[in-house]
Design a binder for this molecule. Structure first.
Ligand SMILES: CC(C)(COP(=O)(O)OP(=O)(O)OC[C@H]1O[C@@H](n2cnc3c(N)ncnc32)[C@H](O)[C@@H]1OP(=O)(O)O)[C@@H](O)C(=O)NCCC(=O)NCCS
Length: 190
């Protein structure tokens, strides 16, 4: 059966190996159920102030267990990057199976702080763009706060444009309201 990452006319399969800017090699592959412990360790290494940008409490084993239990690649596609048996980055593509937003998917990416600036974020985002195309998505969305400067730069570097600012729409861990930027990348000609 075809992998979700397979592209029309140009098959792309996981796992794949990519070289980072520092010469290390990472394996990019789909998340599988047995990644639970590795993922928990990965998310516990993400600084607390950054975890506010994530939707779930990823430091709780039950959160990761629920992800593994409910794994359904057709609605949420999780890709991980692994180096020497350790998960160092996670990217997910989210889509809705029904309704007026079924042509719109959302992307989320987190890279372990010690592995940033080496090209992993860019490599995972390129995978996500590719897969969103094979899914027939027309719009990719990234929701960020103005404080997430590296993420804003990353998504803009692959063509995302700022579409809207929702003023004081989200709150950080201590309850301070922050703006929410909605950036989109069109995958089809309008
Ligand atoms: C955003 C994030 C995923 C980038 O991952 P990364 O592996 O460091 O990214 P890359 O090494 O591929 O860098 C890609 C581009 O991002 C930008 N970037 C990366 N680190 C940056 C930094 N510290 N400051 C500014 N821009 C930065 C640059 O444009 C870079 O391109 P360049 O190398 O040509 O300059 C990472 O910083 C992260 O996990 N941040 C916290 C979580 C987050 O905000 N996620 C976004 C939510 S969807």
């Amino acid at each position: 059966m075809a992998e979700p990452g397979e592209r029309r006319g140009r098959p792309k399969t996981f796992p794949r190996r990519i070289a980072l800017k520092d010469g290390r090699v990472a394996t990019i592959r789909l998340m599988v159920k047995k990644d639970k412990d590795k993922l928990l360790r990965f998310f516990r290494g993400i600084p607390e102030e950054e975890r506010m940008f994530l939707r779930d409490d990823v430091t709780k084993p039950e959160t990761i267990e629920a992800w593994a239990r409910d794994l359904d690649y057709s609605t949420i596609l999780p890709i991980v990057a692994e180096i020497e048996g350790r998960i160092v980055a996670d990217a997910t593509l989210h889509r809705r199976p029904y309704g007026w937003m079924q042509h719109v998917a959302e992307v989320r990416i987190v890279v372990d702080p010690t592995f940033r600036g080496k090209g992993l974020g860019h490599a995972l985002l390129a995978e996500i763009l590719d897969i969103a195309g094979t899914w027939g998505m027309e719009i990719l969305v990234s929701e960020l706060t103005p404080e997430q400067k590296p993420a804003i730069k990353l998504v803009k570097s692959v063509g995302f444009k700022r579409e809207a600012t929702l003023r004081r729409h989200v709150k950080d861990l201590i309850g301070t309201p922050r703006d929410l930027l909605v950036l989109t990348r069109r995958l089809t000609q309008e």
